[in-house]
Write a protein of this length. Structure first.
Length: 162
């Protein structure tokens, strides 16, 4: 029974098993779809999609965007931000930098008509091209192509209190 437990908490247990565990209490969570076969299939689809994107678009699009960012403003091409992952882990989420560098980047969320946004950054944000480096997070296994968007750590802490 214990070899099926994926995560155990004070309040609940999550099982990874194609069949319902015996003696399941009311406070445990179980989904028949949360098993090694479906998790493996999802990972294979994630990797195929990420590598497919890099083969067809990423190899030529990333250098062009990087050059445009460097010509527009000083600073790194990529922006990394700490995000909350599964089981209360954290990881660095990568994006193309679309704003000027400031110290409170992880704490201050962008707003409409934000003065920190660069000229190229406006185009990147409007077309969502600034999100494309997240394909690296998919390859690393921190994110998935399909699934919830991970929040920044400060937002996770704020929402967990509510």
């Amino acid at each position: 029974m214990t070899n099926n437990i994926f995560r155990k908490n004070e309040e609940f247990e999550v099982y990874v098993s194609p069949t319902k565990p015996k003696n399941e209490s009311n406070d445990s969570i179980h989904s028949p779809y949360y098993n090694w076969y479906n998790l493996t299939f999802k990972r294979v689809v994630d990797l195929a999609g990420a590598f497919g994107f890099m083969i067809f678009f990423g190899w030529w699009m990333f250098p062009i965007v990087a050059i445009l960012i460097k010509l527009d403003s000083k600073g790194p091409v990529f922006f990394k931000q700490t995000r909350g992952g599964i089981n209360n882990t954290t990881f660095n989420c990568y994006k193309f930098r679309s704003m000027k560098i400031e110290k409170e980047d992880d704490l201050k969320q962008a707003t409409k008509n934000d003065p920190r946004v660069t000229r190229i950054g406006r185009i990147l944000r409007k077309t969502s091209i600034d999100e494309l480096p997240q394909v690296f997070n998919v390859i690393y296994g921190n994110m998935s192509i399909v699934g919830p968007r991970p929040l920044i750590v400060a937002q996770n802490e704020e929402y967990s209190k509510k």
